[in-house]
Ligand binder design. Structure first.
Ligand SMILES: [Zn+2]
Length: 236
């Protein structure tokens, strides 16, 4: 078992680094994706606020066109009233018409002023959001560049580790022990072995049972921690 343990320790040294590199290879693209998602959400908010702004501006133009039209009508009615000299009933009717047009125009203008205020507010928010997004896009471009470099570097390291792993130690380990090691490696995310300090597992700090200590002393079988399952090995 001495050779097996030695070989497993060699493998574990490589596998620990390999797991770390592979975690990076997962984490880095996930980080990029999360940032991209945030940029998309910000763009989405800008787009929907722009749509609201567009509607407001459309309504403001409609009001402007309509009040212009109403003012022309008002002037026409006033001119008609002037022409109806002497006809008191006609004058009264035209004046009444002119008055209600004036009221309508005033009401529409009030609405217009309110909407112009809302549009200005909306535009301010949109401009601020766009400025922020532009800044974040610049940061993101920088991050993207760095992460691309980091990813390339991690892939090179992974390939080197995989190559080292192939040429290393596995031949010194019997098939059953290697299967156990690899199962634990996966279950414990890169840490299949636990060092012993006296009787205590240094991964989970539980004590080994007395019969396990006997087995360990005999050196014929691999011994696993009763708590975390890892293969226990003497401290190096
Ligand atoms: Zn343990």
């Amino acid at each position: 078992m001495h050779d097996t343990v030695k070989a497993l320790k060699g493998l574990q040294a490589i596998d620990r680094d390999l797991y770390a590199v592979q975690r990076e290879l997962k984490r880095l693209p996930a980080e990029l994706q999360a940032r991209e998602g945030s940029l998309r959400a910000q763009q989405g908010e800008i787009d929907s606020r722009r749509a609201v702004l567009h509607e407001l501006q459309k309504r403001i133009r409609e009001i402007e066109d309509h009040t212009t039209l109403q003012r022309q009508r008002q002037r026409k009615v006033e001119a008609e009233a002037m022409k109806s000299r002497g006809d008191v009933a006609m004058i009264a009717a035209f004046q009444h018409q002119a008055q209600s047009l004036k009221r309508e125009i005033a009401e529409e203008e009030d609405e217009g002023i309110l909407l112009v205020g809302q549009a200005e507010e909306q535009e301010e928010v949109v401009v601020a959001l766009e400025e922020r997004l532009t800044g974040e896009k610049t940061t993101f471009a920088e991050l993207h560049k760095n992460i691309t470099v980091e990813l390339k570097d991690a892939k090179v390291r992974e390939a080197a580790l995989l190559e080292r792993r192939q040429g290393c130690c596995a031949t010194d380990v019997d098939a059953a022990s290697l299967r156990l090691y690899e199962r634990l490696l996966e279950a414990r995310e890169g840490d299949a072995l636990a060092e012993l300090d006296g009787r205590v597992c240094q991964s989970c700090f539980m004590e080994l049972r007395p019969n396990q200590l006997v087995l360990l002393a005999q050196g014929r079988d691999l011994v696993q921690c009763p708590n975390c399952d890892r293969i226990v090995v003497p401290r190096s």
